[in-house]
Design a protein around this ligand. Structure first.
Ligand code: MG
Length: 247
């Protein structure tokens, strides 16, 4: 595993890591909410007679609502949606999401956040989500971890993933950090692409139906399969990042 971190330092011209924060995505990393997102998007589009595939919303996870809607409109109708259409469609999707989402957290996510905090590192949330039903629940599910000062949500971003903007904002909220002062925990290809473009070492926890290769191709330097696996190797990751040098 050390070689992956070594390669990152070489490719990005850093002599070492200087970790101050871990940037966490929300859906599929902290909350087991992706099945409900995919189901509610698919049903919303079906109600409009628009065709989508079951994997589509996993591939596009992380995009803003407007961007997702325009993408499906372009595929089906060859045009973007109007502002009004975007608003109506996103409202319907959100309504169905609240109905289908169980609020279940990803196993060991809370333990992973607490581990990071105990190491004296800051946890920063970087999500494209604008769903109050989950964002408002963070404090009760993961007490004393996130405050508005260390959260980037759909309300902060203009462009959204896969653009690096959300993770660059995450570095800012982490304390005006450089990319080698953070690690990213993601689950989605567009999230991995966004974080990698922001210059940050990206670990993907593959909690969905996509292949590991899609995540690696998107920029993930390390692909794991559960938060439990991440929790297990976190001490080793922190040991590597605090000791390796690129001379
Ligand atoms: Mg996600």
């Amino acid at each position: 595993m050390t070689s992956l971190f070594q390669k990152y330092l070489q490719q990005n011209n850093y002599t070492q890591f200087d970790l101050k924060a871990i940037l966490f995505d929300m859906d599929g990393v902290l909350y087991d909410s992706m099945p409900a997102h995919a189901q509610s998007w698919q049903q919303t589009m079906e109600e409009l007679g628009l065709k989508t595939s079951p994997e589509e919303f996993y591939l596009h996870e992380g995009r803003t609502g407007a961007s997702t809607i325009n993408l499906i409109f372009q595929q089906n109708l060859g045009r973007n949606a109007s502002e009004e259409e975007i608003q109506t469609i996103y409202e319907r999707k959100s309504e169905l999401f609240v109905k289908y989402n169980t609020g279940k957290t990803i196993s060991k996510a809370a333990e992973a956040l607490n581990f990071v905090k105990l190491q004296g590192l800051k946890c920063v949330l970087v999500t494209g989500s604008g769903q109050p039903s989950l964002i408002n629940r963070l404090e009760s599910n993961f007490p004393s971890i996130f405050t508005p000062e260390n959260m980037v949500t759909a309300f902060d971003v203009k462009i959204g993933k896969p653009h690096p903007e959300p993770f660059l904002l995450g570095l800012q909220k982490g304390g005006n950090l450089q990319p080698n002062q953070a690690l990213v925990i993601e689950n989605a290809p567009l999230g991995a692409e966004s974080a990698t473009k922001a210059g940050i070492f990206t670990i993907c926890v593959n909690t969905g139906p996509l292949s590991d290769k899609i995540l690696e191709d998107a920029g993930a330097k390390l692909v794991l399969h559960s938060m439990s696996e991440l929790l297990g190797i976190f001490p080793e990751i922190l040991h590597i990042t605090s000791t390796i040098r690129n001379n």
